[in-house]
Structure formats: C-alpha cells, structure tokens
Design a protein around this ligand. Structure first.
Ligand SMILES: NC(=O)c1ccc[n+]([C@@H]2O[C@H](COP(=O)([O-])OP(=O)(O)OC[C@H]3O[C@@H](n4cnc5c(N)ncnc54)[C@H](OP(=O)(O)O)[C@@H]3O)[C@@H](O)[C@H]2O)c1
Length: 304
C-alpha cells in the first residue's frame, strides 16, 4: 500500500528515478507507479547493455596492449567498466596502472601458447565477472620474426603460428562462452596490412615472412569466425593499428605512438553492433589519411 508518495520518497526509491506526484485516487496512483517501475527497469536493462562494458586484452604487458588498457580507462566508468589485462610476463608498468585504477584494471596471467593457462585465466575472469558476460575480447599478443636471408631460410613459422594463429584460436575458444553472455559480443584480432596477401608485392621490402604468413592465417581465422557467428550477433574484426613505436615496431623509427594508435583503434572497437564484422580494417588518424608513404591511416578496409 502506498500511503504517501512524495517526490522525495520516489527519488529515493531503489528502482524509480523520476519523481511521481501523488494521485488523489490511490488505485490510479498504484497503476502509475507500476508503469513507472517497468519503464525504469527497461531503461536500466538497455543502459547496462551499452554501458560499463568489460574488456580483455592479451599481451597487455607492454606496447600496444598496454596502451589500449591506458586508453580504455581514460574513458568514464559509465562507458568502460572492468579491463582484464592479460599478460604472460610480469610488468611493473601494468601493475602500477592496475594499482592506481581503483579496481578497474585486473591483471590476469595468460600465455596464449599454453591452453592450461588460457583456461585458468578464463575461469578467473568468469568468477570476477560474477555472472555477467565479457563484452569485448581483444587478441593483441603477437610476435614478429625475421628471415633476413629470404623465405627459404625461414625457421620460425611454427613459433609464429603458435602465438599469432593458434594462440588467437585457443583464446577465442576458451572465452567464447563468456563473450556469448556479453552485451556486445565483440572479438577484435589485432592484425596488420603486412598480413594482406593482396598487398604482398608492395610489402616485399619487409623481411618477415613468418609474421606475414601467420597474420594472413589469423585474418582467415577472423573471417571464418565472423561468418559462423554473425547470426548470433557476434562481431569479429581484424584491426590494423598502424606502424607503432613499440618493441616490435622498432621504437622511434616507427610512425605512431602506441597511445595514438590505441585511441584511433577504439573508434573501431567502440562502433555500434556488427558494423566491422568480417573486415580487415585500418585505423583512421587525422593527418595520415592522404599520406604519400607506405602507410595510409585512412580508416579504410584493407584487402585480405
Ligand atoms: N608494432 C607495430 O608496428 C605493429 C603493427 C601492426 C600490428 N601490430 C600488432 O600489434 C600487436 C602488439 O604488438 P606490439 O607492437 O605491442 O608488440 P610488442 O611491443 O612486441 O608486444 C608484444 C606483446 O605480446 C605479448 N606476447 C608475445 N607472446 C606471447 C604469448 N605467448 N602469450 C602472451 N603474450 C605474448 C608480449 O608479452 P611479453 O611481455 O610477455 O613478451 C607483449 O605484451 C601484435 O599482434 C602485432 O602483430 C604491431
């Protein structure tokens, strides 16, 4: 029974946000109150689907993965909730970031070549999510190996595949049930235009065949997942973050600070729904969209 309904007690009620003036007819008042409750709980559900999203990033110890963690938590908590920073190695920079994040960044141990470690990480993330799903999975961990004497001297293909292809597949496989429960159902596989088979002739200057071949295979993996899971509302995207000043990118000789790439990548990662499903997508960076050099960061689709 509602004996007195004032704007104040409506405002303080746990479910109702909109103050409702008392109606002289108690029955009518109750009806109005119930309508309001169902409206606000619907609003709640819709909001929780788009806000406070959870993320998991592999290879978060340094480079682009670490920059993504930093960029994500620069967004308000209403948009980005928990960020699971999965790392193989101990990283003091990442640990410090997590310590200062008021619980938003949770460091999780994960080696993408070790299925036991992936399963353990998935169980840990599941328990931390307390029944909720994981909204966005970002497969970023990667390795780039060279064969300076040419492709026939390449001895690293197996290791490159273990990390850049099998690692991505095992991580997706282990986290898929959690992503399925998530509101966004997004998987982003960090790729590169060096993995584009169409662009291979133009990329011949770069002597890393195992990297190119494994990234091409990871692109094919992305495309296959995208086709199979599209009906279920998933989005699988292969994202090209550009040439970055990381250990892999060779430091200062590269073009983009990892933070700059991370910011531009979030434009793609935050995109609504399935906009980028099944695509190999480049980032957009203002000032680089018409660059006359090798790399053009114009936000376009790159050919497989
Ligand atoms: N740098 C570029 O210019 C560039 C361009 C295009 C695409 N990408 C892609 O961007 C991603 C990140 O590259 P980056 O430049 O940040 O490279 P990076 O500085 O060399 O960092 C690589 C990350 O991957 C992790 N990693 C490697 N093997 C792993 C394993 N078995 N399990 C878990 N983590 C592992 C490393 O962890 P540890 O600290 O434990 O070694 C590190 O966190 C890669 O997928 C790369 O292909 C980079």
């Amino acid at each position: 029974m509602i004996s007195s309904c004032t704007a104040e007690n409506c405002r303080n009620s746990s479910k109702s946000y909109i103050p409702l003036s008392p109606h002289p007819n108690p029955r009518r008042h109750l009806e109005l109150q119930l309508t309001l409750l169902s409206f606000t709980s619907l609003e709640h559900r819709t909001l929780s689907q788009v806000s406070m999203a959870s993320y998991l990033i592999t290879g978060a110890s340094r480079g682009f993965g670490l920059a993504l963690v930093r960029e994500l938590i620069s967004h308000p908590t209403s948009k980005v909730g928990t960020v699971f920073a999965a790392t193989r190695s101990d990283s003091s920079v990442l640990n410090e970031l997590a310590q200062k994040s008021s619980g938003r960044v949770i460091v999780v141990k994960l080696d993408v070549t070790d299925r036991g470690s992936i399963k353990k990480a998935a169980a840990e993330v599941e328990s931390k999510l307390e029944g909720k799903g994981l909204d966005v999975l970002i497969n970023n961990a990667g390795i780039c190996q060279y064969a300076f004497e040419g492709i026939k001297t390449m001895e690293t293909l197996e290791e490159s595949f273990a990390i850049n292809v099998m690692g991505v597949h095992w991580v997706i496989q282990a986290f898929l049930p959690l992503v399925q429960k998530g509101a966004q159902k997004k998987v982003v596989n960090v790729s590169t235009t060096l993995g584009s088979t169409t662009m291979a002739p133009g990329n011949s200057y770069f002597p890393a065949p195992a990297y190119k071949i494994s990234k091409a295979a990871a692109n094919a993996l992305t495309a296959q997942y995208a086709v199979e899971y599209e009906k279920e509302g998933f989005s699988f995207t292969a994202l090209c973050p550009g040439w970055m000043k990381t250990e892999m990118g060779g430091g200062d000789v590269a073009e983009l600070a990892p933070e700059e790439s991370a910011k531009a990548s979030l434009e793609i990662i935050f995109a609504e729904g399935q906009k980028y499903n099944g695509q190999l997508r480049k980032i957009f960076v203002k000032g680089w969209e018409n660059f006359k050099g090798r790399n053009v960061y114009d936000g376009a689709i790159a050919p497989w």
